[in-house]
Design a protein around this ligand. Structure first.
Ligand SMILES: [Zn+2]
Length: 247
């Protein structure tokens, strides 16, 4: 198959960076959540060998490396802080937006069985932003949440692939990577949600993030429910079982 950007020969491209999948390792396996009901064991996450060449996958890989470090840093900065919003030091908003755009881009060009999302008219400007030095698209922004399981939590309990949602009165994609829940705006209408104004990262010199209790978010609630009713799942989720508890 040919690279979607340049037409060259493709290589195996990980949809969620391998480094972020392995952070969730439970023994050799970890849980992959791409729908509310589907979990599957995987050693390094899901890849698609038909979407990108080595050069273009490598370009996204650099954004991913920056984000991996930024989220590790975010998790240690967030430990033992109270719930609220904070500035994230050591990174900039555009780098993080490039990372979220890269994940959405790969999910928009992958196969349906791997969890494809539909970006429609937003796909081409995202491609230009990622590969052609175009400025951050008007419709793109992100809100970051660090869910804490306990006060000193610095761990990554799961990851979750992008899924469409409607929140803050706008169309968004939510995903969880690197221990951070990201609400990624893909909507032409400007944001107007009074509760979160000032926290969306695009216009901030230094990105901000919100710390909240993990059990308030579906990223925690869904695996918790599944583990409570599914013994096969909990059998290979040793760490998650301890994390989410059982009744
Ligand atoms: Zn290419």
């Amino acid at each position: 198959m040919n690279c979607r950007v340049c037409g060259d020969k493709t290589i195996k491209a990980h949809l969620i960076p391998r480094s972020m999948c392995t952070e969730v390792q439970v023994g050799k396996n970890h849980a992959v959540t791409n729908s509310d009901a589907k979990y599957s064991p995987s050693q390094s996450g899901v890849w698609d060998a038909d979407i990108l060449c080595a050069n273009h996958d490598g370009q996204l890989g650099r954004y991913e490396e920056t984000a991996l470090k930024a989220f590790q840093n975010l998790r240690s900065q967030a430990a033992n802080k109270s719930f609220g919003s904070y500035e994230l030091t050591g990174t900039d908003s555009e780098s993080l937006l490039k990372f979220f755009a890269a994940i959405l881009y790969k999910y928009a060009i992958t196969r349906k069985e791997l969890g494809r999302i539909e970006l429609g008219p937003f796909l081409a400007p995202i491609q230009d932003f990622l590969f052609c030095q175009a400025p951050v698209p008007r419709f793109l922004d992100a809100l970051l949440v660090r869910p804490l399981l306990s006060a000193g939590d610095t761990e990554v309990f799961a990851y979750r692939t992008p899924r469409p949602d409607r929140k803050f009165g706008r169309n968004i994609y939510r995903m969880m990577v690197g221990g951070v829940i990201a609400f990624v705006l893909i909507d032409n209408s400007p944001l107007a949600d009074p509760k979160t104004m000032g926290l969306w990262i695009k216009t901030l010199a230094r990105p901000k993030y919100i710390i909240g209790p993990a059990d308030q978010f579906e990223e925690f609630q869904i695996p918790q429910k599944l583990i409570q009713k599914n013994d096969t799942l909990s059998a290979f989720l040793g760490k998650q079982e301890r994390t989410f508890g059982r009744t």
